[in-house]
Design a protein around this ligand. Structure first.
Ligand SMILES: Cc1cc2nc3c(=O)[nH]c(=O)nc-3n(C[C@H](O)[C@H](O)[C@H](O)COP(=O)(O)OP(=O)(O)OC[C@H]3O[C@@H](n4cnc5c(N)ncnc54)[C@H](O)[C@@H]3O)c2cc1C
Length: 541
């Protein structure tokens, strides 16, 4: 069977219904693009990997209209999101990085959000939101087997895994959000570059409803386990209501199989005693440090774990993939709607691959901070004054060194499209790009900074569907830019912002913000031919 009418066929086929494929479908649906997502699984999350949706992803959720769903997900609002360093769950606490419960959070000055929500809840929220757009179809239990690209489109071959029926579909663009082993990437012959596998951790999942109460431990969501061998694993409570836990052990020799894992032994070490639990599963996964050499070829793109595989330390994996989806989404929409130029789609690779390298680099450093944390070879569970003092010292060192993975506001918000061909450099020097701190800037390529407006909106709410000119000075004539956008059919609006503090944050009288919320251009006056800028930022020149 083939898809007939070009007016009806999907404009984009997304392979893979993990969080990144879902985010891309949602972004495309939000932009009115006909999109078909094909996922070989049934869409249920049995063993969640991702547990931290970061501030930048939450900002996108705000734009997609699902932020309240995420904020109100069933994870208890009054449960502290702290990470505690412990000798064992029933043992001693060495230190703690506090991250207040959602109900007690004060907004960060740099973003309206900080949050955690497990994949348990996040993926279904994305699914529902994507489906709410009439131009989006999500098809589960469908496997993409092969594709061929031609000058005018892509032919996709798939199997309906329920019926066994084979189908052939045509589309304008194909995007592989098909995970680390990405068949789409493999078919394109794109190599992954980097260190490869850096460890082979064990995951065990279990249910124990009363474990936290029984341990008497001060509440946290993440307990990092430290003994004479250093930081050897962690326990995370994923769903306090149902007592759903994950225990991760990092150091294996790479030859272990799930059947041979001594789950009772490692649980006993993690808790400091034997404790009855209901086992839900064991798996061994591969922690990698890799980035794809290219993010696509021709009409076929790849995103998410298909292009970057990084240690989850610092929670940059899915969040980087959502960033890919947002960058690619507006560009696909622009080209399909006729206002994006022939060079626009190639900038997906140019902009996102450096961010992939940056985030993989950050994650690898954070992981090595864990791995190399020697601490002490002394028994930290001894009950004497000298050991009590030692616990304090080790705890302080853990908070300082390892705790960095919970202080990543710079990594979350500070990524930028340096040297992007569609951002007009303004000659200002590139500021540092630290992981733990964030300095807002409206320099071209950066995320247009968040600030609250008098009417309660965020500056983030001012951009989205098209380009937005933020005007901080009343006297500037912008009529030529309006004419140029109308002539080219570029969706555009101009918004006057009468707030001296925000004007000073943005530093120029005029700031042109892209549909993804990054700054494309800024200046105190328009250049003589604003059409040139428009052609550059929309990929025509
Ligand atoms: C322990 C752990 C903790 C993590 N914690 C975090 C965190 O807190 N925050 C964070 O941001 N990230 C975290 N991550 C990383 C995050 O889980 C991944 O980055 C994210 O799941 C990647 O999403 P994806 O959609 O790119 O790929 P995947 O989730 O792997 O989805 C790919 C999908 O493609 C489908 N597929 C593959 N081939 C085909 C085909 N031929 N046809 C149809 N479908 C196909 C697969 O079935 C799969 O559903 C963590 C990872 C681990 C291992």
């Amino acid at each position: 069977m083939t898809s007939p009418d070009p007016q009806q066929r999907p404009q984009v086929i997304v392979v893979g219904g993990g969080p990144v494929g879902l985010a891309l479908s949602l972004e495309l649906g939000w932009r009115g693009v006909r999109c078909l997502l094909l996922e070989q699984g049934d869409g249920t999350i049995v063993q969640p990997k991702m547990n931290e949706v970061n501030a930048r992803t939450m900002e996108f959720c705000r734009r997609w209209g699902i932020v309240d769903d995420v904020l109100n997900c069933p994870f208890p609002a009054d449960f502290p999101l702290d990470s505690a360093f412990v000798t064992s769950l029933f043992g001693y606490e060495l230190g703690r990085v506090e991250r207040p419960a959602r109900a007690h959070q004060t907004p960060d000055p740099y973003s309206p959000y900080r949050l955690q929500a497990s994949q348990f809840w996040f993926d279904p929220i994305l699914q529902r939101a994507a489906r709410s757009h009439p131009s989006v179809e999500l098809r589960y239990r469908c496997r993409v087997d092969a594709f061929e690209q031609e000058a005018t489109g892509v032919t996709v071959r798939l199997t309906d895994l329920e019926s066994g029926t084979k189908q052939v579909l045509q589309t304008d663009y194909l995007v592989g959000c098909d995970g680390a082993t990405s068949p789409v990437r493999e078919a394109l012959g794109i190599r992954m570059l980097g260190k490869g596998t850096i460890s082979d951790p064990i995951h065990t999942f279990f249910r124990a409803r009363r474990l936290l109460d029984d341990s008497g431990r001060k509440l946290a969501t993440f307990y990092m386990l430290v003994d004479q061998e250093g930081l050897w694993g962690n326990l995370r409570i994923i769903d306090p209501a149902s007592g759903f836990w994950r225990l991760m052990v990092d150091r294996t020799d790479g030859t272990l199989t799930p059947e041979r894992v001594d789950r009772e032994g490692i649980l006993c070490r993690a808790l400091g005693r034997a404790y009855p639990v209901e086992w839900l599963g064991v798996n061994i996964w591969h922690r990698r440090s890799l980035v794809a050499e290219h993010y696509g070829r021709g009409r076929v793109f790849i995103a998410g774990d298909a292009v970057h595989q990084l240690s989850p330390t610092g929670a940059l994996g899915m969040n980087s993939g959502v960033g890919d989806a947002v960058d690619l989404g507006w560009k696909l929409a622009a080209v399909l709607q006729g206002w994006g130029g022939p060079n626009l789609l190639a900038t997906y690779d140019a902009e996102r691959q450096p961010v992939g390298l940056r985030n993989v680099g950050f994650a690898t450093v954070m992981y090595h901070n864990n791995e190399n944390f020697g601490g002490t070879t002394a028994d930290l569970e001894r009950d004497d004054a000298a050991t009590e003092e030692l616990r304090k010292q080790v705890g302080a060192e853990l908070e300082r060194v390892v705790g960095g993975e919970f202080r990543t506001i710079g990594a979350q918000l500070g990524y930028r499209y340096e040297s992007s061909p569609i951002c007009v450099a303004d000659g200002t020097p590139a500021p540092p790009d630290p992981m733990e701190t964030y300095e807002p800037t409206a320099r071209p390529g950066s995320r247009a900074p968040h600030a609250w407006l008098a009417d309660g909106r965020s500056t983030l709410d001012l951009s989205g569907r098209g380009f937005t000119l933020l005007r901080f000075s009343g006297s500037t004539d912008t009529s030529e830019l309006h004419a140029a956008t109308a002539k080219r059919g570029v969706p555009f609006s101009e918004i006057a912002v009468d707030d001296p503090a925000i004007a000073s944050l943005y530093e120029r009288a005029l700031v042109l913000v892209r549909p993804d919320g990054h700054v494309a251009w800024r200046g105190d006056a328009l250049p003589s031919d604003p059409g040139n800028i428009l052609d550059q930022v929309t990929g025509w020149t």
